[in-house]
Design a binder for this molecule. Sequence first.
Ligand code: FEO
Ligand code: CA
Ligand code: CA
Ligand code: CA
Length: 565
Amino acid sequence: MTSQDTGTASFWHRLLDTRLTRRSALGGAAATAAAVTLPLTISEAEAVNNGGPSSVDPKTVRPQTVAPFRAIPSGNADALTLPAGFRYQVLAPWGEVFTDAGREIGFNHDYIGFFPIDLLEGGQSSTDALLTINHEYVNALFVGGDTKNRTPGQIRAEMEAMGVSVVRVRKEGGKWAIVPDPRNRRIDALTDIELTGPARGSAAVKGATMVKGTVGNCSGGQTPWGTLLTCEENVDGYTKAWAGSGYEAMHQGWVTEIDPFDPRSTPKKRTAMGRFRHENVAVTVAADGRVVGYMGDDMQDSCVYKFVSRGKYNKGDRAANLTLLEDGDLYVANFGTGSWVLLDYDRNKKLQEAKGADGKALFASQADVLADARASALAVGGTPVDRPEDIEIHPRTGEVYVALTNNSKHGNYFGQIIKFREAGDDWTAQTFLWEVFAVGGPQSGFASPDNLVFDPYGNLWMVTDNSDLSTNPIKGFHGNNAMFFFPTEGPNAGRAYRFAIGPVDAEMTGPVWSPDGKTLFVSIQHPGEDSESLDKLRSTFAAKAGTNIPRPTLVAIEGFPGWRA
Ligand code: FEO
Ligand code: CA
Ligand code: CA
Ligand code: CA
């Protein structure tokens, strides 16, 4: 990329027009930031906002490491609290009808993907887009209403409230609104989905090639070719809860790829990326064109993974890109040696020799290895860490940031954020160096970091996931779950500044920026979740007029000046 590509020219257009150039160093121009050496092999196709576009080029912007707001103290109000000068709009709440067929927005919103409506033509509209919204799980008090018996009707209501909504939204006259579009679509726990990759048709998935539905849709990622990767996290509980529905746990726990631009497309489960409690995928393109995805297994004492595609990204061939995630190498991180360990049955003898407590071989094929990636990872020396949740790639340095939420088994109640840098600044490298970026607790003001998103200046925005705020006295300092801003360069690197506070019992999830940086979309998940009954509601957040039932929703936060080159 040359200097005339900077400024407000279309980042996304350049992304689609990837040239894998080498670059040297960039002098940090702002007084608050030291010069940052950029990876030599960093490509133009690297993820920004987890694959979403940005109107400025992170490699050439002046670092702006001062929070663009006056930080707020912790709070417990049943409200979305923002600093002075900021406002929000409730957009796409649970239950809103948005398709021609009368389908509704699902429950408990999580990851949000922002796909500019003109993306496939090289555009990057910040005011007209397909949003994808993950719906992670349901609360029977609010969905179906039957908290005691799961009748077939209750089960169906729950299955239809999960999965993903693809929703066209537009901003007009200063207001965001859902607009009718043939691409508006619900993919839920009943949708036909195709299995791809080594486990397709294998004994590990009971021979299946097509499966029913996607569930536990937590975080995710966007690919450079304009698809959503939705991650299936907590999928184990439904075998019992949905007995009789045909739910099959081995068909869940994968990464599912969805093309939001083609409403007739069949979503694809990518078994090459392994089966575990998938929190997220942070996608990027390495200098040699291979696609790399960093992923966390959100469970105590579980691991961090890296997927490297066999094929190479080709900007001009979307059809080929749509199959890139079918085939590749899966690695697990060993933080003790700073190395990636290959999870390949044929090439890693340890997997062939791995035995369970009963003395029997754990795996007989690569399909077995992928279908129980957690056991595979631990068998080859993957390091169990403290609930890896979201992972994001720093848009200026190429470093990989990982939120470790907490782990009560080890007394890590507050969690931390770590970061690592691949050897040679090559995302396909076999080794890396890591360090701690920020540590939760009263001294820093935050606890239980979950979703992350960068801005193009390289500042990190993080939302917390404390599920025990009203019951755990050691969390008294925290107030409701909140959103924090962290500079990653300059004298305040790693310091947390509180930007937003969620309503009672809620978690803010899935943050994503519009390409111009003027709107921050965030999900408000499970407000009032700990309510005993509809008569004793702990929250009324985003209730419909005339009712007081709280609704999970997506909100559009505004008041930001937008990115400046
Ligand atoms: Fe669904 Fe790991 O949060
Ligand atoms: Ca999460
Ligand atoms: Ca993220
Ligand atoms: Ca979480």
